[in-house]
Design a binder for this molecule. Structure first.
Ligand SMILES: [Zn+2]
Ligand SMILES: [Zn+2]
Length: 114
């Protein structure tokens, strides 16, 4: 019941922030016409809907994924698979960030030398 409610809330919150039904990937924003489609719809958003939501409300992706992982672990049960998926996205983010940092190191801030 809690798992189904979270799926519906995730979907409806997406609509509240301007997202339409997703036709690109398996996604929490996929439309559904019957219970089977609702059951197979994931709790998470695809990469396209995720970026649309981030643009709409401006969250920090690391913080969002960390908090969602915590909640999924706390709920357990059906949320375990979702926690695994969100941990994977968090790992992807950290790997991408590390690769970008090594490719484009930040200039060190300090006293300008003449
Ligand atoms: Zn809808
Ligand atoms: Zn989507």
């Amino acid at each position: 019941m809690l798992y189904r409610a979270c799926k519906v809330m995730t979907h409806e919150l997406g609509h509240m922030f301007g997202l339409r039904h997703c036709i690109y990937y398996e996604c929490g924003m996929n439309g559904c016409n019957h219970i089977h489609e609702s059951e197979t719809r994931p709790l998470y958003y695809c990469c396209i809907c995720y970026r649309k939501l981030q643009h709409a409300i401006g969250f920090d992706p690391w913080e969002r994924y960390r908090e969602i992982v915590k909640v999924c672990e706390e709920f357990g049960g059906l949320f375990e698979n979702e926690a695994e998926w969100f941990r994977g996205r968090l790992a992807d983010l950290e790997a991408t960030f590390a690769a970008l940092q090594s490719k484009y190191p930040q200039p060190t801030l300090g006293v300008k030398k003449n």
